[in-house]
Design a protein around this ligand. Sequence first.
Ligand code: GDP
Length: 193
Amino acid sequence: MRKEVIQRTLVFVKPDGVKRGLVGEIIHRFERAGLKIVGMKMMWLPKEFAAEHYRDTPEFREKIKKKIKESYEMYGLTPPEDLDEAASKLIDDLRSYVTSGPIVAMVLEGPRAIYIVRKLVGATSPEEAAPGTIRGDFSIDNYPFANIELRSIRNVIHASDAENAEREIKLFFKEEELFDYRRADEHIMFEPL
Ligand code: GDP
C-alpha cells in the first residue's frame, strides 16, 4: 500500500519566479509540508523543448479559445474573428514566457504528491488562486488581462497533473539525476508508533 500511495511529480519555478527571487520561498513551502526533493536543477529551456512540454493539443487549444472569447465578452469587446489565430498567438507567448529566462525544475516525492503539490500551487489564474497558495500569494495576474492581450498568464510556477507527471519527469530529468534517500522526519510523519 505505502508504495502505491507514494508519487513523484514535476514542478518548475517559471522565469518570472526566478527573476523575482522567489525560488527559496517556493522550495521552502514544499519542504516544510513534508515533500521530499528527489531531483533539482536550473535550466534555460530551448523553444523546441517548451513546445514539447506545452503541446498544442486540440483540448488545450479549445480551452484557450473559449477563455479568450469569454474574456473579451466580459469587457464588452468583440472577440477576435479568427479565434484559432488568437489561440496560436497565446500558445506562442506561453512558449516564449517559459523560455524568457532560466527556470528551476524539481521532482518532489511524497504520499499523493501530485494532488498535494497542485493544492500548494493553486489555481491557474492567480486572481482565482486561494490565499496561502504559491500563485495566490505571489501573483495577481488574471484571465481577461492576459487573454485580451493574447499573452499567457504569468503564474510563477508549473506543477504536473496526474495525466502528465510521468511524461514530464522523463522529459526534464534523466534516471541518474533522481535520488532515493530517507528524510530524517519520515518516521515521525508516516510510520506506526
Ligand atoms: P496549469 O496546469 O495550471 O499550469 O494550467 P495549464 O496546463 O492548463 O496551462 C499551462 C499554462 O498556460 C498556465 O500555467 C498558464 O501560464 C497558461 N494558460 C493556461 N490557460 C490559459 C488561458 O486560458 N489564458 C492565458 N492567458 N493563459 C493560460
